[in-house]
Design a protein around this ligand. Structure first.
Ligand code: AGP
Length: 610
C-alpha cells in the first residue's frame, strides 16, 4: 500500500524523504514522488512511475529541490493506472498533498469541483482532495483541513503543505495509519515506524481525525473539535538494524532465519513454571472460561495461522472454532455475539478487512482477542484482549516470521484456554508447554538442514505451470500456507487441497510431471496420506514429500521424487517446524526464477484498503 513520509528540519529534505521512502518500499508500490519547499519558498514536485531508483534518476536529471520542508510518497495504484501523472504528490493551486487510502465519494466531489470550473490532471481520488483543500482554503490551514474532513468519506492518511506556510507540514488521518516522529529540532511523518528509525525512535501515534502541525520548533496536535491536545510520546523498541538486511540478500530469507529468535521472544515471557501465563498481556484464566464458540477472522497468511489454531483449540479446549476470511465475514451478518470469542490475527494490525471484522464482531457483542505484531496499531487498540507477536519488523511482503509467531501464540492460547476450561490436566499442559519451548531450537535445526535440498528442489520447480499441495489435518492447514507462499513470490500457480478431497475432482488435473508437494507430519493419518500420494504418483505426478522421520519410516522407497525430512517433535506442534521448508522452497523458487521475493509484483505488505 502507499507509503507517506514528511520532514521538517535542518537536513537536506529531499535526501531524508527518499531515504525514508526506501524504508517503506516493503509496503509495495508502483510509483514515487516528493514535493519540497525550495530556497524561494516555492513547492517543487518531482514524481515518476516505477521504483525509487527512477525517482533518484529523475532527481539527478532535473535537479534535487533544495529545502528543509517536504513530503514524499510511494504509490500503490488504486484509482488510475501507475503513471507519472497519477503519482503523488498532487496539487491544487495553493496546496500539495500525499495520500494513503481511498476516498470513496471522490466522484461526487469531483463533479462538484468540475461544476465550479476546476480542471483535473490525473485520474486519482487524491487530486480531488488536493483541489477541495484549495477550493476551501481561506488562509487558515487547520480550519480548511477540518472542513474537508467533514466532506470526504473513506480511509486516508494525508501529508499536506500549504504554499503560504513554507515552514510546516500538516498531517491528518482517518483509518489509514500515520505516525509523527520527533527529534531535536526536526519532525517527521510516516506510514510506519521503520521509515524514521534512522533519525529517531520517538514518535506519536496520530488518532482518527486528529490534525498534526510539524515545524522545526516542534509538533502540535488538535483533536477533531480543533481543541489543542497533548499526546503520549512513544519510543520504538525496534532499532534500525532490525529493519535492515544485515548481510542477507533479501529480507525474506533474513526473516526466515530470524524465526527461532522470534518464537523465543514471543513465547518465553508468557510461560511460567512450564505453563502458559498470559497475565503479562492482561489475560487471566478466569477471563477464558465458558466461551460458547471461537471464530478466528483474518486475511491471507494470518488466516492460515487461524486454520492451525482451529485444529489445536478444538483438539485441546473442545470448543467449536470457525475460521473466516475477514472480507467475507464483514459482509455476511455472521453469527457471533455475547458469549463468543472472536480472534483477529494480523501482522500489521491495519488490514482494512480485519479491522472492519473486529468492529462488526464487537458491535454484535462478542469478546475480541487480537493477535498482532505492530505495536499500537488500530486492531491492537480496538481489541478487548491483546497478545502481541514479538516478531520485530517484518519487511518482506511474504509473511514468514509473523506466521510462525502467530501460530506459536495460537498454541499458547489454546493451552491456556484448555486449562481454563479444564479439558486438559495441568500435567498435560506442562508437557505441551515444555515441547513448545523446544521449538526455537527445532526450527533452527530445520533451517540449517533443509536449506540446500529446498534450494535444489526450487530449481526444478521453475518450469512448472501449476502444482498442488496436499495434506490432511494440520498438514492441510499448513499446505494452505505453503501454497500461498509459493504463489506470492514465484508467480507459479498452486492450490492446496485436503488430500482426501482429491478424488472428488482435483485429481483430474494430475498429468505427467506435475509437481505435487505432500506434507506428512501426522502419524495417525499417515496411512491415508500415503494412499493419496500413491494415487497421484501413479498418475504421473512428481512427488515432493515434506515429512517427519516417523512418517518417512512408513513410506515405501521410491514413493517420492524428492524428500525433505524433518525431525519428529510433538505432533500437535509440527506446523511450527514443517512450515520452514515450505517457506525456503518458495524463496528459492522465486530466486531461481529471477523474481524479487521481497517485493512481489502487484502485492502490498499492509492492505489498508478493501
Ligand atoms: C502473506 O505473505 C501476505 N503478506 C498476506 O497474505 C498477509 O498475511 C495478509 O495480507 C494479512 O496481513 P496482516 O497480517 O497484516 O493483517
Amino acid at each position: 500500500m502507499c507509503g507517506i513520509v514528511g520532514y521538517v528540519g535542518p537536513r537536506d529534505c529531499s535526501d531524508v524523504l527518499v531515504s525514508a521512502l526506501q524504508k517503506l518500499e516493503y509496503r509495495g508500490y508502483d510509483s514515487a514522488g516528493i514535493a519540497v519547499f525550495d530556497e524561494n519558498d516555492a513547492i517543487t514536485t518531482v514524481k515518476t512511475e516505477g521504483k525509487l531508483q527512477n525517482l533518484k534518476d529523475k532527481l539527478q536529471i532535473v535537479g534535487k529541490p533544495n529545502g528543509h520542508v517536504g513530503i514524499g510518497h510511494t504509490r500503490w495504484a488504486t484509482h488510475g493506472e501507475p503513471s507519472d501523472v497519477n503519482s503523488h504528490p498532487h496539487s491544487g493551486a495553493r496546496v500539495t498533498i500525499v495520500h494513503n487510502g481511498i476516498i470513496e465519494n471522490y466522484q461526487e466531489i469531483k463533479s462538484f469541483l468540475v461544476g465550479k470550473g476546476r480542471e483535473f490532471l490525473s485520474e486519482t481520488d487524491t487530486e480531488v482532495v488536493a483541489q477541495l483543500l484549495d477550493f476551501y482554503y481561506d488562509g487558515n490551514p487547520i480550519a480548511t483541513i477540518d472542513k474537508v474532513m467533514g466532506e470526504v468519506v473513506g480511509s486516508f492518511a494525508l501529508g499536506i503543505m500549504f504554499k503560504d506556510f513554507p515552514d510546516r507540514v500538516f498531517a491528518v488521518r482517518r483509518e489509514s495509519p500515520l505516525i509523527v516522529g520527533v527529534a531535536d529540532g526536526e519532525a517527521f511523518i510516516a506510514s510506519d515506524v521503520p521509515a524514521i528509525l534512522q533519525y529517531t525512535k520517538d514518535y506519536y501515534l496520530l488518532e482518527h481525525d486528529e490534525i498534526a502541525t510539524l515545524t522545526n520548533d516542534g509538533v502540535s496536535f488538535v483533536d477533531k473539535y480543533l481543541n489543542p491536545i497533548e499526546k503520549e510520546l512513544k519510543t520504538a523498541d525496534w532499532d534500525q538494524e532490525a529493519a535492515e538486511k544485515g548481510g542477507y540478500p533479501h529480507f525474506m530469507i533474513k526473516e526466515i532465519n530470524e524465526q527461532p529468535e522470534a518464537i523465543r521472544t514471543t513465547i518465553m515471557p508468557r510461560i511460567k513454571d512450564n505453563l502458559p501465563n498470559l497475565e503479562e498481556c492482561g489475560i487471566t484464566l478466569e477471563m477464558l472460561k465458558g466461551f460458547k464458540s471461537v471464530t478466528i477472522v483474518a486475511c491471507g497468511t494470518a488466516m492460515h495461522a487461524g486454520m492451525v489454531g482451529k485444529y489445536v483449540i478444538e483438539d485441546l479446549a473442545r470448543i467449536p472454532v470457525n475460521v473466516d476470511i475477514a472480507s467475507e465475514f464483514r459482509y455476511r451478518n455472521p453469527i457471533v455475539g455475547d458469549g463468543d470469542l472472536v480472534i483477529i490475527i494480523s501482522q500489521s494490525g491495519e488490514t482494512a478487512d480485519s479491522l472492519a471484522a473486529l468492529r462488526l464482531a464487537k458491535q454484535k457483542g462478542a469478546k475480541i482477542l487480537a493477535i498482532v505484531n505492530a505495536k499500537g496499531s488500530s486492531i491492537a487498540r480496538e481489541a478487548d484482549m491483546l497478545i502481541y507477536t514479538l516478531a520485530g519488523p517484518e519487511i518482506a511482503v511474504a509473511s514468514t516470521k509473523a506466521y510462525i509467531t502467530q501460530i506459536s501464540v495460537m498454541y499458547l492460547f489454546a493451552f491456556e484456554l484448555a486449562l481454563a476450561n479444564e479439558t486438559i490436566s495441568v500435567a498435560e499442559c506442562q508437557q505441551l508447554t515444555e515441547s513448545l519451548q523446544k521449538m526455537p531450537e527445532a526450527v533452527k535445526y530445520v533451517i540449517d538442514n533443509t536449506n540446500e535440498v529446498c534450494k535444489k528442489i526450487g530449481s526444478k520447480l521453475i518450469t512448472a505451470d501449476s502444482l498442488l499441495y496436499i495434506g490432511r489435518g494440520l498438514d492441510y492447514a499448513l499446505s494452505m500456507e505453503g501454497s500461498l507462499k509459493l504463489k506470492e513470490v514465484s508467480y507459479i500457480h498452486s492450490e492446496s487441497y485436503a488430500a482426501g478431497e482429491l478424488k472428488h475432482g482435483t485429481i483430474s488435473l494430475i498429468e505427467d510431471g506435475m509437481p505435487v508437494i505432500a506434507v506428512a507430519t501426522q502419524t495417525d493419518l499417515i496411512e491415508k496420506t500415503i494412499s493419496n500420494v500413491v494415487e497421484v504418483k501413479s498418475r504421473g505426478a512428481n512427488v515432493i514429500l515434506v515429512c517427519t522421520e516417523a512418517c518417512e519410516q512408513k513410506m515405501k522407497e521410491g514413493i517420492a521424487n524428492y524428500k525433505v525430512v524433518i525431525p519428529n517433535t510433538h505432533e500437535l506442534l509440527m506446523p511450527i517446524t514443517a512450515v520452514v521448508p515450505l517457506q525456503i522452497l518458495a524463496y528459492y523458487t522465486a530466486i531461481h526464477k529471477g523474481n524479487d521475493p521481497d517485493q512481489p509484483r502487484n502485492l502490498a505488505k499492509s492492505v489498508t484498503v478493501e
